[in-house]
Design a protein around this ligand. Sequence first.
Ligand code: MLC
Ligand code: AMP
Length: 503
Amino acid sequence: MPNPLFDSLFGIHAGKSTTFLRLPDGHTLTHQDFLETAARTANALTRLGLTAGDRVAVQVQKSPEALALYAACAQAGLVFLPLNTAYTVDELTYFIDNSGASLVVCDSRSEADLKPVAAKLGAKLETLNADGSGSLSANASEMPSHFATVERSGDDLAAFLYTSGTTGRSKGAMLTQNNLLSNAQTLVGEWRFTSEDVLLHALPIFHTHGLFVATNVTLAAGGSMIFMPKFDLDEIIAHMPEATSMMGVPTFYTRLLDDPRFTKDLTSHMRLFVSGSAPLLAETHVQFEERTGHRILERYGMTETNMNTSNPYDGERRAGTVGFPLPGVELKITDTESGTSLPQGEVGQIEVRGPNVFKGYWQMPEKTAAELRGDGFFITGDLGRIDDDGYVHIVGRNKDLIISGGYNIYPKEIELVLDDQPGVMESAVIGVPHPDFGETVLGVIVPEKDTSPDLDAMHDAVKASLARFKHPRKLILLDELPRNTMGKVQKNVLRDAYKDMFA
Ligand code: MLC
Ligand code: AMP
């Protein structure tokens, strides 16, 4: 029975004894091994009573079994909802509740905290650990290694990815099978991936970049991955000679360049380095070429759209640009107020339309209508321009967003916590340049008259409710926030004032 995503990414490898995953300790898994684990897991999920369209919320460490859970969800027609391993119980509670997940899969270490949450919200709970153990794998090991793939259409939902908003409430971006599949197939062609490719995979698998770009592209091409649990400089350097390609956020590349072991010789076997999720400084692009002879291929994407543009494989990879719209993707620059198209070369908001663009935000029709136009164009919130040669330049953001080491942080979420603390009149959270993470979080606090708030207690309050990567690196006190004549806080003035704080 047809199931486009499963059939085209996974099913096509049935019976193949070719290597799919190479683990840093030398273990390997063939495509067939992987499919059998996925089928066993799909049987276990079905045995739990899950049926097509049910959501499966997953907060687990990166492992072959975690990836097989993604494949199992595709095969059983379930909606895969991966969650950052840094999220706190508060954050997870919202995602489980909002998505109406039927099942939560977590590490055994989180079981005690999440069991009551899942029970209260009517979800089942299973465990899956970094070493592949846990109740889900134990159930799966008793199941048959064949599963009758559940029929799905390309328009059916395959995944939810939560993305925060300017109001502080996260929105579940609904991605269809076709969104994911069409983008993966396009990228295979654009980036010339083949079954000969060995991708050095050090990204997390709970976001678009590591899962829907790196993994799906490798699957669609029939290649293999050196599957690293996380970005570890020593491990990356040790395994690079076995790889042909790597995908990463800019922090990966600046960390590599900071290491003298990263040389032209080490990369001589590589055919492609791709960067995205955050701006790659033109200076990093230039340094990388000087050191290795390779020009990084920068592309631009989003949770809601997968990949939109890419520099060319053949032809000039232009530093400081994100290249051209991908085949099938329309991109225009519009006026932020009126939404009308701007003349060539002018700066405005980037809008995109294509088979890659998501279906909307789960149960948030107003938010969907505000960002996804009736004619199918999605308002990205990024500001850009198209140069005379057609290259897209991202010049800023029309949304209050900080990107730290490739992770998105919405200031509002942190401001809400800070504003709640005793002695705080108001706060403003901004992103300032950081040599390792690109940007980092700075909190500016205006105390109530004649009070001096306890900054340590504020750090603790943030820690209790928000993931580590969102914590302000520093909190500072200010008598008042700069405002324009309309009374709006001028974050650009603050960003400018503190731009050298971590330089
Ligand atoms: C970890 N920390 C971070 C952080 N990552 N803080 C801010 N920003 C981050 N990105 C915390 C750690 O918990 C730790 O806390 C401290 O900072 C230093 O940790 P580290 O050891 O230096 O970090 P590391 O574990 O090496 O992680 C850094 C990283 C990782 C860059 C390798 O963040 C990463 O893999 N980023 C990739 C994100 C990604 O995949 N983005 C794609 C989104 S999809 P403490 O307590 O020790 O101080 C998307 C669409 C698209 O955007 O276009 O692709
Ligand atoms: P996310 O919501 O996590 O998917 O992040 C998407 C955002 O990351 C985009 O809207 C951009 O602001 C940013 N982004 C992704 N790729 C690039 C890039 N190559 N250059 C600049 N910003 C990027």
